[in-house]
Design a protein around this ligand. Structure first.
Ligand SMILES: Cc1cc2nc3c(=O)[nH]c(=O)nc-3n(C[C@H](O)[C@H](O)[C@H](O)COP(=O)(O)OP(=O)(O)OC[C@H]3O[C@@H](n4cnc5c(N)ncnc54)[C@H](O)[C@@H]3O)c2cc1C
Length: 405
């Protein structure tokens, strides 16, 4: 009996492998990179304390299956959400303005949730006059990785997001690495071709071929589209679902300062409001170190990353200087942590956002082909898309479906 081959050791692939191991079914998990975790990776080497290059928060912690796993494995996470503060035109928002801004955001998200059709989110706000609309544009880019012009209202309305977002202070990548411990994994084994023309499915890698009866594809939609040669090609309905779920952009820069520079700023999440194009936020002082992690979202993130690491660093430092004074520049340490997911050949973006009118593509993507090719990953989740727990649950479901055949 050939094993079930899982391609991609991110959250979905690891969840699938753990489920097959529990079911005592032969499997092998094949990963292109030298390490597992996919979009969940923690850097400890650069600053000596954990910095997440990708996912960092438990969303919807009350029903997030990774929370009890973190408890069991002793991976730390914060008990409360980070306190946020907006900054605009050289000053922090007053408490009253901050409340007005938060109320506007809540009402804007409620409007999307209440709308039954599938239009560009921009069309739900035909003539925004509120001074807080740019905060909404930035927040949406952070959640979707794309602009309101590109976001499907139905796709976003289906997203379930409840309770506070809890930072995984011990490292989300650390958690995933622990969850992958003891699994049958072949790292540094990129799959270049999947031949499903015969009875066996033949998988080609630089270190040889593997035959499988069934496979689980747990890779991003961008890699599904361009990274693997399928023979024969995937059917049109599947290819359409993949094309209707392009990835957005979210990249990161973490900077460490050699002296305390954030003063008595009470917030641990600071958000400069810089108009429609630049959607940026900073997490401050994690692990009690003087580190600022900058998240840059949407098309601007990709443009900046294309200019290189120095441009990303300069940008993050300039925004911190806007908020904390240009004097901080002399205290920045020479090392940075840079995450450019757009130009990572095995990911190619941050998370999938459905094209307008195509919110059902997620359910289509999750449908197996021929009961032999199964699909998993964040893009397959209809309610927790873009999230690690969404990917995790689709991995478990794909493993159960593949094992049932
Ligand atoms: C900057 C950023 C911040 C985020 N923040 C959060 C957050 O706070 N909370 C949250 O819940 N989610 C967050 N997310 C989203 C979350 O990280 C993803 O939704 C989730 O990790 C995706 O998991 P996955 O298993 O679907 O795919 P991936 O993690 O992409 O895993 C796919 C794996 O397949 C491998 N692979 C690709 N091609 C091949 C090949 N040819 N052969 C073999 N292997 C291959 C890749 O190397 C990768 O390891 C964030 C993402 C980013 C980029």
């Amino acid at each position: 009996m050939n094993p079930i081959v899982i391609i991609g050791a991110g959250a979905a692939g690891i969840a699938a492998a753990r489920r097959l191991q529990e079911l005592e079914r032969p499997y092998v998990l094949v990963e292109a990179k030298a390490f597992t975790g996919g979009r969940c990776v923690t850097d400890r080497a650069t600053f000596g304390s954990p910095v997440d290059l990708g996912a960092h928060w438990f969303h919807s912690p009350a029903f997030n299956p990774l929370v009890p796993l973190a408890d069991r494995l002793g991976v730390r996470y914060a008990a409360e959400a980070l306190r946020g503060r907006y900054h605009r035109d050289g000053s922090w928002l007053t408490d009253a303005d901050q409340t007005a801004c938060e109320n506007y955001l809540e009402a804007a998200f409620d409007r999307i949730a209440a709308f039954a059709g599938d239009v560009a989110i921009k069309d739900l706000f035909p003539d925004p006059t509120s001074p807080w609309h740019d905060a909404f544009l930035a927040e949406l880019r952070a959640k979707q990785g794309v602009t309101v012009e590109e976001s499907s209202s139905r796709d976003f309305a289906r997203y379930v997001w409840k309770g506070d977002d809890l930072p995984v202070t011990g490292g989300f990548g650390t958690l995933l690495a622990k969850l992958a411990d003891g699994l049958n994994i072949r790292t540094a084994t990129p799959v270049s071709r999947v031949d499903w023309s015969g009875r066996n499915i033949r998988i080609t890698t630089p270190v040889g071929t593997i035959d499988a009866d069934r496979i689980i594809l747990a890779i991003s939609t961008a890699v599904l589209r361009e990274g693997i040669d399928f023979h024969p090609s995937l059917p049109d309905w599947k290819q359409r679902a993949i094309d209707d779920l392009p990835l957005g952009s979210c990249n990161k820069v973490a900077l460490r300062f050699t002296v305390p520079v954030f003063g008595d700023c009470p917030a641990s999440l600071v958000l400069p409001l810089r108009g429609a194009h630049e959607a940026v936020e900073f997490v401050l002082r994690e692990s009690e170190a003087e580190i600022a992690t900058c998240l840059i979202n949407g098309p601007f993130a990709k443009e900046l990353a294309a200019e290189g690491a120095a441009a990303m660093t300069d940008y993050a430092l300039a925004r911190l200087a806007d908020m904390f004074g240009s004097g901080i520049k002399k205290w920045v340490s020479p090392q940075q942590v840079i995450a450019d997911w757009d130009h990572d050949p095995f990911i190619r973006g941050c998370y999938a956002a459905a094209r307008i009118g195509h919110a059902d593509a997620r359910a289509e993507l999750a449908i197996p082909i021929d009961e032999r090719l199964f699909f998993a990953g964040e893009a397959c989740s209809v309610t927790y898309m873009g999230d690690v727990h969404g990917a995790w649950l689709t991995g478990t479901a794909a493993a159960e479906a593949a094992a049932a055949q």
